[in-house]
Design a protein around this ligand. Sequence first.
Ligand code: KG4
Ligand code: ZN
Length: 336
Amino acid sequence: EKDVIILAIESSCDETAAAVVKNGREVLSNVISSQIDLHTLYGGVVPEIASRKHVERINQVIEQALKQAGLTIKEITAVGVTYGPGLVGALLVGVSAAKAIAYGADKPLVGVHHIEGHIAANLIEHPTLEPPFFSLVVSGGHTHLVQVKDYGVYEILGRTRDDAAGEAFDKVARAIGLGYPGGPKIDRVSREGNPDAIVFPRAKVEDAPLDFSFSGVKSAVLNYINGCQMKGEAFCQADVAASFQKAVTDVLIGNAMEAISRYQVKRFALAGGVASNRALREGLKDACEKCQVEFYCPSPIYCTDNAAMIGTAAYYEYQKGIRHGWDLNAVPNLKL
Ligand code: KG4
Ligand code: ZN
């Protein structure tokens, strides 16, 4: 059979990324140009700046991805691109580039859901992993417990009622003076802190045991810091970080275990930027092992935003016959 080679493009937030993926699971190149330095100045992603930088960088990133794969555009089977959810101006850059390239080279165009990409990241390094399996997707914008019934067939069993897990990490990091991007910084600082120093709340959503809520723990951290400041006391940054991280990971792992027992899950895959968090990876792995559930998690480089995962997801969509027209548009609130 002929190889299916996807050129994939991702620009939904603050990484400009392109990759070449062969037959769904073989990554021939994975180029990521991060804008983190630019947004750090402002304490978070500035959408207008993100869009402008994507425009400046996207052509180079795509050229590099093809070059590193040792291929020309003629040798590509199809072009895959994230078309939502995400920042509309940022998404439009990738979608427009993908349409131009696909049209110019006379290749099919396949639009991909960003979260579908995050889940598919697990397939890259685990050649035997196939649906059905369960996934916890934890990113800056989403916290979803998902049943992956087949390639491209999902059912969301639990979701956040307020903040996403990554969003909570970013907000708490800012409040305790760690700055942006918060997740990796809390992860690092927590290693020097005591996770049992302060007891922050573990929220349960009434009548929806698989749903999440992280606004309470975020407020509790802010209140704790305000309390210290009012008393003129210094707080220990590492202890606050570690205790907050423990509260969030306890809830994530608790709900994952609840889903595992309810649905008799056999395979569980962690995904999304927060999946690169060491405490979460280790905690969920241990919990899965205790109940004989196979645990999967991508390498950190495939957890945070990248185009290889979009190439993998695009491959399975392509195999199902999904093709998008030249009217493909960015959909900032695209549903899974
Ligand atoms: O998936 P992603 O790269 O972008 C979105 O689709 O949102 O996720 C980014 C989120 C950010 O909130 C970031 O703080 C968080 O993932 N994150 C982490 C870690 N690395 C990234 N959170 C906790 N621990 C980490 N090591
Ligand atoms: Zn993402």
